[in-house]
Design a protein around this ligand. Structure first.
Ligand code: PRT
Length: 99
């Protein structure tokens, strides 16, 4: 992963954390943190986005695959934040697996 890619992920995670702290009304991220189904809602969204990613891959549409992958990663970052985990928990785990 390039440093630029890590920056994009770090900036997105920081926005997610700030939404969690402030819960602004006009934010999709807020709706995930405050949904009546609680954590289950973001888990459902992750499942949906994973399915949509798979379908896009099967279709062979690269733009669609990139878009669905972005939805998937965003919802994963929200889940990590919800569990009071940090982006570094994910990046460190990936880094440890490098040969
Ligand atoms: N990366 C994302 C991102 N990816 C996906 N989504 C939202 O995730 C939802 C995906 O849901 P679906 O694919 O099921 O489509 P949908 O039918 O619109 O969604 P639902 O009605 O089922 O909820 C859409 O509403 C997208 O807008 C995102 N929303 C926000 N972000 C990032 O989070 C930042 C903060 O966003 P707010 O919290 O909205 O300010 C933004 O600046 C972006 O950088």
């Amino acid at each position: 992963m390039s440093e630029e890619s890590e920056d994009v992920l770090a900036e997105l995670f920081a926005v997610v954390e700030s939404r969690k702290a402030d819960l602004p009304d006009d934010s999709y991220t807020t709706t995930l943190f405050t949904h009546e189904k609680g954590e289950n809602y973001v888990l459902e969204k992750l499942g949906e986005e994973a399915t949509e990613t798979i379908l896009a891959a099967k279709d062979g549409n690269r733009e669609e695959l990139a878009a669905e992958s972005a939805d998937l990663v965003y919802h994963l970052l929200v889940l990590l934040s919800m569990k009071d985990m940090d982006l570094d928990d994910l990046l460190a785990e990936l880094a440890e697996r490098r040969g």
